[in-house]
Design a protein around this ligand. Structure first.
Ligand code: GAR
Length: 317
């Protein structure tokens, strides 16, 4: 039951506990105030007392939970929760993100294709999200590249690390950022609702170090690409990222390395390779020197390859 609530409300275990405490304390406060008011009203008829008590408690409850939500730090949750309840009571549909929660992956896929078709026929730019965990030099190059291309917009930067360099890069470029939580990413639905709400049609991983969950892969099937700093299938898999890759390549005395741009599937660094570029390694190269060569290749090729993949998708849909 608790897991279902966590998924439904998209919160981690700790937040769920605070929300439940708010519900319980707010409810008790409401009951206490209701009894206090009734005792002041001096109503003799027990049935009327009960009816008036129920009316008072119904009116007081939202105020009580909102009041308690302030010290428990859950004000935003309860504001959204009560707004949604209010909308339901007056017969209005809840917000888009909540409706998306119940839609199947197939529906999600159709929505993406539809939004892309709309993009093809109007001048609305096609919206991409960059997922990154670190310094963000690739993200910076992609942002810069698409600035000059009105048909495609880097509309969102998603990051799992507070304080990561990529967040500053996005903010400087005026691009909205989304800081994601492990619990919701892996146990919720991989932030699919948020991406769809932002009308994202394509996901680019640029130094994003968490494994992409199945929910996100299915919702964006064939629409997530990654860049890996080696010539896959060599030096890929769990734990193989950034300097770990370059250390392993140098240690193995390879004569060349390179970059692999590939589609993302459920296995680390496994999806179909779209593009590879090679650089040579001399005997005196250190892992840091190799990292520099790799970054140069990434910056030179990744933005263009992303553009080509998107163009291919748009032609097909
Ligand atoms: C890049 O070299 C990218 O290939 C690598 O992380 C670096 C991020 O650099 N990704 C992986 O290793 C994924 N397995 P950046 O933050 O400067 O773009």
């Amino acid at each position: 039951m608790f897991q279902r609530l966590q998924q439904k409300w998209k919160v981690n275990g700790w937040r769920l506990l605070l929300i439940l405490i708010t519900f319980a304390t707010g409810g008790s406060l409401c009951g206490y105030l209701g009894r206090l008011i009734i005792s002041q009203l001096n109503i003799g008829q027990p049935v009327i007392r009960i009816i008036i008590y129920i009316v008072i408690v119904t009116i007081l409850w939202p105020f009580c939970v909102i009041l308690i939500s302030i010290p428990t730090g859950q004000f935003n949750f309860f504001r959204a929760y009560l707004t949604k309840m209010g909308q339901r009571m007056v017969g209005k549909q809840p917000a888009t993100a909540d409706r998306a929660e119940t839609s199947s992956n197939e529906e999600n896929q159709n929505k993406l294709i539809m939004s892309q078709k709309e993009n093809n026929t109007t001048s609305t730019p096609f919206r991409i999200a960059i997922f990154a965990s670190g310094a963000g030099s690739n993200a910076a190059k992609i942002i810069e590249y698409f600035k000059g291309k009105p048909e495609t917009e880097v509309a969102l930067v998603v990051c799992n690390k507070p304080g990561a360099g990529v967040l500053g890069i996005a903010q400087k470029a005026g691009i909205p950022t989304l800081l994601i939580e492990k619990e919701q990413f892996f146990r919720g639905n991989g932030y699919v609702d948020e991406l769809q709400h932002a009308n994202i049609g394509f996901v680019v991983l640029a130094g994003f170090l968490w494994k992409v969950p199945t929910s996100l892969i299915q919702a964006y099937s064939g629409r997530i690409v990654n860049i890996h700093p080696a010539l896959l299938p060599k030096y890929g898999g769990k734990g193989m990222y950034g300097m770990h890759v370059h250390n392993a390549v140098i240690e193995a005395k390879e004569k060349e390395s390179g970059i692999s741009i590939h589609f993302v599937d459920e296995v680390y660094d496994h999806g179909a390779v779209i593009y590879q570029a090679i650089c040579t390694i001399s005997d005196t190269d250190t892992p840091d020197m190799l990292a520099q060569k790799i970054h140069q290749l990434e910056h030179a090729h990744y933005p263009r390859v992303i553009e080509e993949v998107i163009a291919g998708l748009q032609k097909r849909s």
